[in-house]
Design a protein around this ligand. Sequence first.
Ligand code: ZN
Length: 438
Amino acid sequence: MARPFSLRNLTLVAVLALAATCGPNPKAPVQVMAMVPNESGTFTTTQVELTTVGNLTTLSGDTIKFVGATRVVLDPNDPTQQINGGIQNLSDDQRYDVIVRDKGADVRGHFVDRSGVLWPADFHTWNMVTTYYNFERSYKYFANIYDGVDPKELRPMRILYWSDTYLNSTTPITDNALYLSFIKSFVVAPFKNEQLIPMPMNPGVIGHETAHRVFNYNALSDQGIHPALATWALEPFNWLKSLDEGLADFHGYSVTCLEAAGCRPNFLGLSLADSRTVAFRNVANPGACMDEPLRTSFKNTVQNEWILSPNLYKVGNLVAVSLFQAGNKTGKMEVLQKALITALDDESATTPGIRQLIEANKQDSSLAQRNFTPEAVVDIIAAHITDPDLKRQVCIEFSDHMQLRCGTFPCMVDGLPAMRNCPSTAMRGTECPRIPQP
Ligand SMILES: [Zn+2]
């Protein structure tokens, strides 16, 4: 007796039937057409080479793996997400199991061979190939600046393609690309309203999201939900989130520099029509400065409000701008990019990394976390820069754009030496108006 077909089984049959007619499926390197933004920011169909793809039809390989038809639901009222006292107490696999409610299946791309170049044959294949290409470029950017260290945490990157995603809401996420640390997966959400370059087709956006994976793995010990994010409050929490966003915008910008169209410091402007959001994400804005209202908000805003506030990104932008200025003024961008990776995690006793600073302070919910300051993090970054000009410039830019408590060096904060890795030749830069120090 035939078992009754569920809708999902029917879909599976349809997918399998299509698979039989999906055409060429060569091994990498493969020449395919993708949608790549040109200098003016409009799409051009461009021939690109995919070098990591193992199975072009399913858009998967050792580095990137697409999964289609998933449904992701983060819902604290879901009983399965209350097991063990909440998802923060579950293992990675358990958490994935209760949050990714529909586990999905392989995607299927359809191609037409035109003289050895494969052309996507439908909308989703265009989108998937372009998204794949952007992840591959991001992977190559990070593999290069890892400087001989295997970026194993980026292999494979799991992409939940066109996922139905609900994050503490009954409204699905649309028009976005996300890295969700709690399921260690990237989400490409369906397009709905945005009329510009969709997020996953924007190389800078995918660079930004990949940077979140890098930060989470290295600085947050690969913990899907790090205890510091649960226990810290006010400035240390806000700083941890803004640092993550600022580094992600800086790396996202850096990924755009690999494109033929050239570096795009305001890469979000390709995808978002809202100029108010875009304006304060531009990493090339020398006028981005900590001012008193922003500092007051940075110090006093509580966790749940900070993660929804534009100020999260404004403080992040000060990080990205400081790095951009330092790298450009010294002409040592790649040295800086590499130093930012080594600064994330360093077990040495003399130059501990950002991960070590977080770990040393993660347990205490009131006092120790206060050691996680902008001054302490900038000092760690400076400690990992071997080039003296770049080290000095990083100190100059951060102390200016973030209006740090150190403006001359050596520096004392609250009676203790601070930013000891900044040389005495550094001093606060002059691009920003001074604000009084607390
Ligand atoms: Zn982000």
